[in-house]
Write a protein that binds this ligand. Structure first.
Ligand SMILES: *Cc1c(COP(=O)(O)O)cnc(C)c1O
Length: 408
C-alpha cells in the first residue's frame, strides 16, 4: 500500500525513530494514538521503580526524607523547568494534581489583585479548569468573562485584547487546547494581560514535553500542567506548578499545609509560609509517583526539545495528509488547525459514527481517544510513535467506517 510505503520512508529518515526502543514493548499494539492522555512507560522507569522500592524506600526507610526525598519536588521541578518549560531554577515544583494546583494558584492570583472583579477564560477550556474557576469565582464574588472560541481553533490575541481591562484580575488559558490542539500565542497574550494589570496562568497539560514553552521569556506569572500525558509519568502522576520568582513571596496559596510552612519540622503553632517556591506545596510530596517523570525529562533532554517538536509537527502533518486522503471521503472533518505553527501534538477528527467504531478500534489494539459526541483525537507522542503506526491507525479508522457505512 502506497501510504504504508510512504510512512516507512518517513520512519527510515526520522532521527528520533531509535528512541521508540526506550519504551516498554507492547507486542499486541497496532497503533497507540493517545499519548496526549496517557503516555507510554519507559523501560528505564521499570528499573527506576524497582530500585526505588528496594534501595531507597526499602533500604533507607524514613532516613530517605532527609537524604533526598524532601528536595525532590523542587529538584525535579528545576530540571523540568530548564529542559521543558523555559524556566530558570527555583520557580517550578512537583506536587498535587493539576486540578488542585489550579485551585491554589487561581485563588492566590485573585487575592493578589484586590478590587478587580473579573477573571477571563474561554468556554472551550478543559472542564476542570472551568469548574475550578467557577468555584473560586463563587467563593470570591468574581465575574467570569467567558470567551467563545472556534471549536476547531482557539483563543486569539484579538479576543484577549478586547476582553481584558482594569477589572481583570486573572486570565486563564490552555497553551494547547485539549480539543482542537490550537496553540495559543502565549507571549502576546501574556503581554496584553500584563498591560491591563492582570495576572496570567497558563495550563500546559497538552504542551509540556512536545511544544516549546518559554515561561520566563513570555513573562508568564503562573503555570500548571500534568506529567502523565506527554511527560509519561504514569496514571495519576503528580502535576507541576510554576510561579515567577518575583511574585512568589507576594502570593499566598490557600491550602496551608505543613510542607509549605517555613519550618515544617518545628511543628510550630501558627502557619507561616516558606519563602520561595516551596510555599506552594501543602502536604507530603508524592515521591513514589513522580519517579517516572525523572526518566522522561532525561529522555527529552537527550533527544533535544527542538527535535521533539520537529517530529511532532511532521507527525501531525502526516496524520492530516492521510486523513484528507482516506477519511474525508467518509465525511470526516479535521477539527484542528492546518497551520502547524498554531497546532500542538494532536489532531482532532470528527464524524457522527466515531462513537460506534471506537470500541471496535480498541478491541483491535488501535487506540485513539474518543470525546463526546463525535470526535477522535489522534495524540502523537514524538518519542514513542512512528509514522507507520500513525498510518496504520488511520487505515483502521477507514476500514471501521467502511463497515459501519455499509451497515447503514
Ligand atoms: C488533562 C488536563 C487536566 C487534568 O487535570 P487532573 O487534575 O490531572 O485531572 C487539566 N487541564 C487540562 C487542560 C488538561 O488537559
Amino acid at each position: 500500500m502506497v501510504l504504508l510505503d510512504q510512512a516507512a520512508k518517513l520512519d527510515a529518515a526520522d532521527p528520533l525513530n531509535r528512541y521508540r526502543d526506550r519504551f516498554v514493548p507492547n507486542e499486541d499494539l497496532v497503533a497507540y494514538l493517545d499519548g496526549n492522555s496517557l503516555g507510554r512507560p519507559l523501560k528505564a522507569t521499570v528499573d527506576r521503580l524497582r530500585s526505588f522500592v528496594e534501595e531507597q524506600w526499602g533500604g533507607r526507610l524514613i532516613r530517605g526524607w532527609d537524604e533526598r526525598w524532601l528536595d525532590t519536588p523542587a529538584r525535579l521541578g528545576d530540571h523540568l523547568g530548564r529542559v521543558v518549560l523555559g524556566a530558570a531554577g527555583g520557580q517550578t515544583v512537583i506536587g498535587d494534581s493539576t486540578t488542585v494546583l489550579l485551585y491554589k494558584l487561581i485563588r492566590a492570583a485573585v487575592a493578589a489583585r484586590p478590587g478587580r472583579t473579573e477573571v477571563v477564560c474561554d468556554r472551550d477550556n478543559f472542564p476542570t479548569d472551568r469548574y475550578i474557576l467557577q468555584g473560586v469565582a463563587a467563593e470570591c464574588g468574581l465575574r467570569i468573562k467567558w470567551l467563545d472560541v472556534d471549536p476547531a481553533g482557539g483563543v486569539t490575541v484579538d479576543q484577549v485584547h478586547k476582553a481584558v481591562g482594569s477589572d481583570t484580575a486573572l486570565v486563564l488559558f490552555s497553551h494547547v487546547a485539549y480539543r482542537s490542539g490550537w496553540l495559543a500565542e502565549a507571549a502576546e497574550i501574556t503581554e496584553l494581560a500584563h498591560a491591563a494589570g492582570a495576572l496570567v496562568l497558563w495550563d500546559l497539560c497538552h504542551s509540556a514535553g512536545v511544544v516549546p514553552v518559554e515561561l520566563d521569556e513570555w513573562g508568564a506569572d503562573l503555570a500548571v500542567g500534568c506529567t502523565y500525558k506527554f511527560l509519561n509519568g504514569g496514571p495519576g502522576a503528580p502535576a507541576f506548578a510554576y510561579v515567577r520568582a518575583e511574585l512568589q513571596d507576594s502570593l499566598q496559596q490557600p491550602i496551608w499545609g505543613w510542607i509549605g510552612a517555613r519550618n515544617p519540622f518545628e511543628m510550630g503553632e501558627r502557619y507561616e509560609p516558606a519563602t520561595g517556591i516551596r510555599r506552594f506545596l501543602s502536604g507530603t510530596p508524592p515521591i513514589l509517583g513522580l519517579q517516572p517523570v525523572i526518566d522522561m525529562v532525561e529522555l527529552i533532554e537527550e533527544a533535544g526539545p527542538a527535535a521533539v517538536r520537529a517530529k511532532s509537527v511532521q507527525l501531525t502533518e502526516h496524520a492530516i495528509t492521510v486523513a484528507d486522503e482516506l477519511l474525508t471521503p467518509h465525511g470526516v472533518r479535521v477539527g484542528s488547525p492546518r497551520d502547524s505553527d498554531r497546532r500542538g501534538s494532536h489532531v482532532t477528527l470528527a464524524h457522527p459514527d466515531f462513537h460506534t467504531i471506537v470500541r471496535h478500534l480498541w478491541d483491535r489494539d488501535v487506540i485513539p481517544d474518543f470525546r463526546n459526541p463525535d470526535t477522535l483525537r489522534i495524540g502523537l507522542s514524538p518519542l514513542s510513535t512512528s509514522f507507520t503506526e500513525t498510518t496504520r491507525g488511520l487505515i483502521a479508522i477507514d476500514e471501521a467506517l467502511r463497515v459501519v457505512g455499509g451497515a447503514h
